[in-house]
Ligand binder design. Structure first.
Ligand SMILES: C[S@@+](CC[C@H](N)C(=O)[O-])C[C@H]1O[C@@H](n2cnc3c(N)ncnc32)[C@H](O)[C@@H]1O
Length: 379
């Protein structure tokens, strides 16, 4: 079967690598998504094990269309009544790149009408209900720029960034999928310490520990979209979970988090506990300027305030001072930093060795790598 994994802009390559590693065939990089082929087991594995996927979709119906009435007719023709029952709820998520039908909300409405009308004809005007928050079935409608409309079942249910461990958040938390992507993008080989000196609610650290121990990112989640499908194979699903758990490993590398704000220490401690990772991560309340790190080798991945969701009095001065502190306190380490404030990043006075554009929600960010040499002169 064809499978589509959706992700954030900029994470396509790391997601493609993850998919290949679990056996995806014919892997093709699309815009904010990867298309690949696999069987039912790979579909379940994708939902359970991919760290950088937001949603896993299974396309089931496609046709060419340029007109709303034609779209309605084609969708109504599909055999909906054998896919789900009257008493089950559904939701439609639409996206379009077509110049003919360019209003995604309207397409979702048309598709919904077509589906409920096909039920009404069979069940004497009775129809299934729409449920936006927690539907039994999520249907994804995608209309491409060349007017191919594809309908896909959403195997994930709620978005996969909802891992289930984040019980407390502060201002400006980073998305879990983005944090996992930043770790994979950094190329961390789990052979040295991983440090986040401005850890907030601890998302980067938690994702790092899950990755280090090869723990499936969805180990806490109990509900996924595919569980409502008629072909749900519980035995296969139990096998997928058991095999993933057998692949978990012990990893002794230090994963260290710091923050100057006591609330951040409290929130990250709670989240780490919820993720059952206590003992795998150490958190301390300390400002970056006061850090005294003993690690010989480390990779530092961090998400400082950008002056967007977390306000700063003087963003230029903050980044300028941060630059001095980094050269002093993190010398000898590799630093990866994400920020939406490109101007402020320049104030660090560091030359990136690598740059990448990522999105933190709607915010376009630079994700830069700095090699911080011991002399403090280069980097
Ligand atoms: C954008 S938040 C980090 C969010 C985090 N990645 C998460 O997922 O929750 C930035 C964090 O930097 C911390 N911070 C700001 N200045 C700091 C400093 N000088 N030393 C240590 N932490 C600092 C703030 O307290 C805040 O928790």
């Amino acid at each position: 079967m064809q499978i589509i994994a959706k992700t954030f802009h900029g994470l396509e390559e790391v997601l493609a690598k993850e998919i290949k590693a679990i056996g995806g065939k014919n892997v093709q990089v699309l815009k904010r998504a990867i298309s690949y082929e696999g069987d039912q087991k790979l579909l379940y594995r994708s939902v359970y094990e991919l760290r950088t996927a937001l949603r896993i979709l299974k396309p089931f119906y496609s046709f060419k269309t340029k007109h709303e009435n034609h779209l309605y007719k084609k969708i109504k023709e599909f055999d909906w009544v054998n896919q789900f029952n009257l008493d089950q709820t559904f939701a439609i998520n639409a996206a379009t790149a077509s110049k003919y039908l360019n209003h995604s909300q309207y397409l979702a409405l048309k598709a919904k009408d077509a589906i409920v009308d096909s039920f009404r004809e069979v069940y004497d005007r009775q129809r299934p209900s729409i449920e936006k928050i927690n539907p039994d079935f999520r249907i994804n409608l995608h209309l491409s720029f060349d007017n191919i409309c594809t309908l896909a079942w959403d195997a994930s249910g709620e978005s996969l960034y909802k891992r289930g461990y984040r019980v407390e958040v502060l201002e400006a938390p980073i998305n879990e999928v983005l944090a996992a992507g930043m770790i994979l993008e950094s190329g961390w080989q789990k052979d040295c310490a991983l440090i986040d000196p401005m850890c907030g609610s601890g998302t980067i650290l938690t994702e790092a520990a899950l990755y280090a121990h090869n723990i499936p990112p969805q180990i806490q989640r109990k509900q996924f979209g595919f569980m409502k499908w008629k072909d749900f194979d519980r035995e296969l699903w139990e096998t997928v979970k058991r095999e993933a758990e057998e692949r978990m490993v012990k990893c002794e590398v230090p994963i260290l988090g710091f923050d100057k704000d006591f609330r951040a220490v409290k929130a990250s401690t709670k989240n780490i506990f919820a993720a059952e990772l206590e003992g795998a991560i150490e958190i301390e309340k300390i400002a970056i300027e006061d850090l005294e790190l003993a690690e010989e080798k480390a990779i530092v991945i961090t998400n400082p305030p950008y002056d967007e969701r977390m306000a700063l009095d003087d963003v230029t001065a903050f980044y300028k001072d941060l630059g001095y502190v980094i050269k002093d306190k993190l010398a000898g380490y590799t630093l990866w930093m994400i920020s939406s404030n490109g101007k402020a990043l320049k104030q660090l006075g560091l030359k990136p060795n690598a740059r990448k554009v990522l999105y933190n929600g709607p915010l376009k960010c630079e994700y830069n790598c700095y090699e911080l040499f011991k002399s403090g002169k280069k980097g």
